[in-house]
Design a protein around this ligand. Structure first.
Ligand code: G3P
Ligand code: CA
Length: 231
């Protein structure tokens, strides 16, 4: 079972910061999940379109200048990192799941991604691109079939695995509240990996493992890895 640090090790450090990525790497997470939003000509690693929940600022990210975004404190004196910053830190040390949260210009995003991969010598097999935005995933699969795609769903209906297969996804990413053994079986029979979010309790980890789930997103990768070692 793969352990993805959700927004980095986000219990130990402020979510989606370089500190949270550093902790996740130190803990030995198999992968790190981050959220990416485009604004001011950059790709920022942040979950919300509005900055007040996770930073000391106010307002919409896409109404701010690059200088204003760089001045934000995302907790513990951490800046809001760019996608490049995170890729530079993570490198090839573990998988990087980039959740496309606010991608308004796909070509621009891909230019950034390609340039980061080239500069940092990161292979596309290290990356997993996911989104709730299914038309965006379909465009991505068409433009860049070599990239690994994960289809995100909040409700996990039974027909979702068939839909994800049509999108050429390699994995389905499902909410723990709706994931059930029937769905997991169907997805796996279609050759899809099943990754479940957000799983912080050991009892849930055990149950999902017994259903054959391939990976989890957790805010506490240290707890999950310790459990996995003795499971
Ligand atoms: O990628 C899994 C999970 O992070 C999706 O939900 O809201 O935490 O981005 P959210
Ligand atoms: Ca996410």
């Amino acid at each position: 079972m793969l352990i993805f640090a959700h927004r980095g090790a986000s219990k130990a450090a402020p979510e989606n910061t370089l500190q949270a990525m550093q902790y996740a790497l130190q803990m030995g997470a198999h992968g790190i999940e981050i959220d990416v939003i485009q604004a001011a000509g950059q790709c920022w690693v942040i979950h919300d379109a509005w900055v007040q929940r996770t930073t000391n600022g106010q307002g919409r990210l896409d109404q701010m200048t690059e200088a204003q975004i760089r001045q934000l404190d995302a907790g513990n004196g951490q800046q809001v990192p760019t996608l490049f910053d995170v890729m530079a830190l993570v490198g090839n040390r573990c998988l990087l799941n980039i959740e496309l949260k606010g991608i308004t210009d796909l070509a621009h995003f891909l230019k950034h991604l390609d340039s980061a991969c080239e500069t940092l010598n990161i292979g596309c097999q290290q990356l997993l691109l996911s989104s709730f935005d299914h038309p965006l995933l379909a465009k991505l699969a068409h433009l860049r079939p070599e990239l690994t795609i994960g289809a995100l769903t909040a409700s996990c209906p039974l027909h979702y695995a068939a839909f994800a297969q049509e999108l050429n996804a390699a994995s389905v990413h499902t909410d723990i509240a709706f994931t059930n053994p029937e769905f997991v079986q169907d997805a796996k029979a279609r050759g899809l990996k099943v990754y479940v979010y957000t799983v912080d309790e050991v009892q849930d980890m055990q149950r999902l493992k017994s259903w054959g789930v391939d990976g989890i997103f957790t805010n506490v990768p240290d707890r999950a890895l310790a459990w996995l070692q003795q499971a």
